[in-house]
Design a protein around this ligand. Structure first.
Ligand SMILES: [Ca+2]
Length: 161
């Protein structure tokens, strides 16, 4: 009986994770907008469970298209963690692949007249702010947000063509 129940419960879990989000294909990137919420670390793990990682945004074109698609699909009502953090490299924001995060327009917002990131050593994780046109802000990594994941590029697909 146990042998039968175990695979069934795994299947249910996989189905559950697989259905928790919306897939987008934007500027050559394969994205997953998760609906669940958690801390930056929890959502980083949630992306990895999907075989992905938290989104890296390194071009104005991608930022523009992403915000446009989030609005068009009514997904601009949530805050989303992205893959940028200061943790482990204080005062320098980096993506999870180690590359430096670009500063200023058109990525980071302005909050009460102050250019983000403005959180000093306290706010060290980056989210897209629904209250500021999805521009980025730094926040406590323990805050609760949804997340946007990015699947790794399938280079083998291009080789096969
Ligand atoms: Ca901030």
């Amino acid at each position: 009986m146990r042998l039968v129940l175990l695979p069934l419960s795994l299947c249910l879990l996989l189905l559950c994770y697989g259905s928790d989000g919306a897939r987008f294909h934007i500027d050559g990137k394969d994205l997953l907008v998760l609906q669940q919420q958690g801390t930056w670390e929890q959502m980083s793990i949630a992306c990895r469970r999907e075989g992905a990682h938290l989104l890296k945004i390194d071009s104005a074109d991608l930022m523009h298209t992403l915000v446009y698609e989030l609005k068009r699909n009514a997904f601009d009502n949530k805050n989303y963690w992205i893959g940028a953090t200061e943790v482990g490299h204080e005062s320098i924001f980096r993506w999870q692949d180690g590359t430096k995060v670009k500063m200023g327009t058109p990525f980071w917002g302005i909050h009460l007249g102050a250019q983000e990131p403005n959180g000093g050593n306290l706010e060290t994780c980056v989210f897209m702010d629904k209250n500021n046109f999805m521009y980025w802000a730094d926040a406590l990594c323990t805050d609760i947000c949804s997340a946007i994941c990015e699947f790794p590029r399938r280079e083998d697909q291009f080789c096969a063509k």
